[in-house]
Design a binder for this molecule. Structure first.
Ligand SMILES: Nc1ncnc2c1ncn2[C@@H]1O[C@H](COP(=O)(O)OP(=O)(O)OP(=O)(O)O)[C@@H](O)[C@H]1O
Length: 277
């Protein structure tokens, strides 16, 4: 039976058979998945399910035990991906003692992005009114936005965002999701983690994780249909009860007319990547 990682032509990210151990914990236990280009893919799961570890592996900063990760057609962590992939961690990674604009000018130079990018990303993230403020004087939400602005320098093709909406009020969350959608409309691929299940409905596809395993890799509607539920939280619980994952590729969901139940176990990779890490 085909797994989404095998129906991955043109995917931004393809992961096959990924095992990661951190300390004594087997944190990721044989994950296979694909992230389609130009889409918002939500990575959801409870705290400790392995979302950050998966993101770290995709951006190439996590030591892996085994498996293959291809990002934009290259092995994860390749030097050539440095400017094509941006990662925003849960902790804002900007300098408190510089202004917003000074931070962005600095990161722009480090990345070798065009000088005009600074004003472009300030506009895109609506940071104009606070551009001359020291980052240390901003609210948590505004600081997160500065990290995001820095990630947008150089126009990366893949954005990996670890819980970007955590701690934000509902209005700011809606604004941020509108920005994510605008970026996806421009062709950017976004992998966005959250443990807030109601953010799932804003995503084109969902990866539901629990204890280092994938419970679902499907569209929101697909997950709801397959589980016979009307919200993602209930679907998540149903998949746990059933003990069977929902790992349908877009093609399989279409073949099933949007109704067929498909229980798949990760299939062996059909083609090997050019290099493995
Ligand atoms: N440096 C580390 N050494 C050992 N174990 C770790 C380390 N970092 C994380 N872990 C363990 O790996 C597992 C997955 O952690 P991870 O941070 O990937 O989960 P998460 O889903 O992103 O959680 P959260 O939503 O709380 O950020 C957890 O059991 C965690 O305790």
């Amino acid at each position: 039976m085909m797994n989404n990682a095998d129906a991955s032509g043109g995917a931004a990210v393809v992961v096959r058979g990924l095992h990661v151990r951190r300390g004594r914990n087997e944190v990721l236990d044989g994950l296979s998945l694909a992230v389609p280009r130009g889409r918002i893919v939500g990575l959801l799961g409870p705290s400790g399910s392995g979302k950050t570890t998966l993101m770290r592996a995709i951006v190439g900063v996590q030591v892996i035990r085994s498996g293959e990760i291809e990002v934009l057609g290259l092995p994860a962590g390749s030097t050539a991906l440095r400017t094509r992939v941006a990662y925003v961690t849960q902790q804002p990674s900007v300098y408190d003692d510089l202004t917003v604009r000074q931070n962005l000018r600095y990161f722009r130079r480090v990345l070798g992005a065009p000088a005009s990018d600074v004003e472009r990303v300030i506009g895109r993230t609506e940071l104009g009114p606070v551009a001359e403020r020291l980052v240390g004087t901003l609210s948590g939400g505004q600081r997160g936005r500065v990290s995001l602005a820095a990630a947008l320098l150089g126009s990366p093709e893949l954005l990996v965002l670890d819980e970007p909406t955590v701690g934000l009020d509902p209005v700011l969350r809606v604004e941020l999701w509108a920005l994510f959608r605008a970026l996806a409309d421009d062709g950017v691929t976004l992998l966005v983690s959250s443990h807030v299940m109601d953010e799932a409905k804003r995503c084109d596809r969902l990866l539901l994780m629990r204890d280092g395993e994938l419970l679902a890799d499907d569209t929101v509607d697909g997950v709801l249909e397959v589980t016979g539920t009307d919200d993602v939280e209930a679907a998540f619980l149903r998949l746990i009860e059933r003990g069977e994952p929902d790992l349908r590729s877009p093609a399989e969901a279409a073949d099933a007319g949007g109704h067929g139940r498909h229980a798949a176990s990760p299939a062996p990779a059909e083609r090997a990547p050019e290099e493995s890490r």
